[in-house]
Design a protein around this ligand. Structure first.
Ligand code: PLP
Length: 258
């Protein structure tokens, strides 16, 4: 996966809101057209579009919500939690980045789903955090919270070994899916992967589709497949993706990222 870290300088000139709205509208329209064409070409079901807003300001998220975007993806808890604190229920929050267990408590407060669950220790931490959140809400008379939707992320780089960051090994699919499905507070939604740099996205997403079948043997309701970014959404739709995570083709190049 591309290096998406390193957001450092904030010297980017922020364009006037009206221009930005026009730009986002045009880009979003283009992405929606690409998705429609891919759906028509393959006879696939229309996937859910998650616009990946990492590094972009809250003002952009407001515009996106106004343009009909309902779900956004973020990959750092600090950034996501402050955006969610400001925008709350205006958008549905999908956490798509590597997650440390000590961030579980924070993430479950705002996240609708986590696309990057890749190890048993994280499953345990998320389960505990959701349960604690449920108890806190009950104690203060707040409305009940839904289960946290979790996708098991797989590392589909053929050279990956156990313990590599950013995804479980396909060989661990059944065990991890069973752990997740058996954890109170969590719902096993399905599978997720990022096509490794240099790999054929079509081949990678076909592998993911097969892993999805394995996971569905654990829970037939775990039908979600989170796959496809700006550069490979067509291949992902062709392989049955139910959730696309599109960043730069909607928002433009990420600030400070080269
Ligand atoms: C940043 C990111 C995306 C979006 O990538 P684009 O190429 O900008 O569309 C999708 N998924 C994950 C996990 C990401 O970190």
């Amino acid at each position: 996966m591309a290096d998406v870290t390193g957001n450092s300088d904030s010297s980017t000139v922020v364009p006037p809101v009206a221009d930005r709205r026009e730009e986002l509208q045009t880009r979003l329209h283009g992405v929606r057209e690409r998705i429609s064409s891919a759906v028509t070409a393959t006879g696939a079901r229309e996937p859910t579009l998650i616009v990946v807003t990492k590094y972009f300001p809250v003002s952009d998220l407001r515009i996106l919500a106004d343009l009909g975007v309902t779900a956004v993806g973020e990959n750092r808890d600090q950034e996501a939690s402050s955006k969610a604190a400001e925008l709350g229920d205006l958008l549905q929050w999908h956490f798509i980045g590597q997650l440390q267990t000590n961030k579980a408590k924070s993430v479950v407060r705002y996240a609708h789903s986590i696309h990057s669950v890749d190890r048993a220790s994280l499953v345990t931490a998320l389960g505990k955090a959701v349960t604690a959140d449920q108890q806190a809400r009950a104690a203060s008379g707040d409305p009940e919270r839904a289960q946290l939707e979790c996708f098991v992320q797989f590392n589909l780089d053929g050279n990956a070994v156990a313990g590599d960051r950013g995804g479980a090994l396909p060989a661990d699919a059944t065990a991890l899916a069973e752990t997740l499905a058996g954890t109170p507070g969590l719902r096993l939604a399905g599978v997720m992967a990022v096509a490794p740099l240099g790999a054929s996205p079509a081949a990678v997403f076909e592998d993911l589709r097969l892993i999805s079948e394995t996971v569905r043997r654990v829970d037939p309701a775990a039908t979600a497949i989170s796959a496809g970014m700006s550069g490979d959404l067509e291949e992902a739709v062709g392989a049955g993706a139910t959730h696309l995570r599109i960043g730069s083709d909607v928002l433009g190049p990420r600030p400070g990222v080269r």
